[in-house]
Design a protein around this ligand. Structure first.
Ligand code: PAF
Length: 280
């Protein structure tokens, strides 16, 4: 595996792979790699002859400086995992390499980016669009892989791809979970033992809501999830919304949840902000 820190070098390596007739897969990450990331890499490995993984904590998508400061950084362990997973290139640039000057681009992401994470974290999705569009422009991958834990992020990236006219396939990959159901996340390492013990209630409640939703409305199901999560000491729901799975827009509160909808939740588990979702 090649560890590359400079954009020009990355361009050269990718160009050589393309000349050799290889399909290029890109897995964008912010490092602190866990089994969820490895599942994206495995999928890319199966489908593409040349796999690039970016490992970059992108400052422009953090609306909270404390979150940026405490975001786990584990470069050596990441390199070990990427190398063992058969990654061809690990792209680990500095902030100065990616942003030699401030990125002032504002993307017209529209309604998909205005609700939920977009409403709670102003500027977050614009920052995601900035870094992902830069990576797409440099690597020009055939396919790019994203995890469904960040369900809304995938919808926003699809919108950005449409706006910018990138010619590639966005591959969404299922959430990987710990044995007790907690969605894998780089932030899980920040949970202390007591909070780690209660965190699986998030997924447990979402699963219970599938049954509940069969005989209740969207509004009732939203209340069911919020109340059940908040009943657990150490968990505080920021929002739970059942939305259209394509547009991310709120649905008729009196409708019954159905397969066109997804329930997205954000929960403070102590001071760690966790997100998860479930398809109805
Ligand atoms: O999902 C993430 O880890 C990040 O938002 C991404 C897509 C790598 C962009 O920094």
């Amino acid at each position: 595996m090649n560890i590359i820190r400079e954009i020009e070098q990355l361009r050269c390596q990718v160009a050589a792979a393309k000349t050799a007739g290889k399909a290029v897969g890109l897995v964008p990450t912010m490092g602190a790699l866990h089994a969820g990331h490895i599942s994206l890499i495995d999928r890319a490995r199966k489908e593409c002859g040349f796999v690039v993984v970016s490992d970059f904590v992108n400052p422009t998508q953090f609306n909270n400086p404390e979150d940026l400061r405490t975001y786990p950084r584990t470069e050596a362990a990441d390199c070990e995992k990427m190398s063992q997973s058969g990654v061809d290139v690990a792209f680990i640039p500095s902030v100065e390499e990616v942003y030699p000057e401030p990125d002032t681009r504002v993307f017209d992401l529209g309604p998909v980016a205005e609700v939920m994470e977009g409403a709670m974290r102003p500027g977050h999705f614009n920052g995601v669009a900035q870094i992902v569009s830069k990576l797409f422009a440099i690597v020009e991958p055939d396919k790019a892989y994203f995890g469904e834990k960040d369900f809304q992020q995938i919808a926003v990236i699809r919108r950005m791809v449409e706006l910018e006219g990138f010619n590639l396939e966005i591959v969404d990959c299922p959430i990987l979970r710990e044995a007790d159901g907690l969605a894998m996340s780089s932030r899980n390492v920040r949970l202390d033992a007591a909070h780690r013990a209660v965190a699986p209630h998030i997924h447990k409640t979402l699963v219970e809501s599938l049954d509940y939703a069969k005989t209740h409305t969207v509004a009732e199901t939203e209340r069911f999830v919020t109340e059940n999560i908040n009943a657990v000491e150490g968990l505080e729901t920021e929002y739970f919304m059942i939305v259209d799975a394509l547009t991310m827009q709120p649905v008729d509160p009196e409708a019954k949840p159905d397969a066109s909808m997804v329930g997205c939740v954000t929960v403070y588990c102590g001071d760690v902000r966790l997100i998860d979702n479930i398809k109805y």
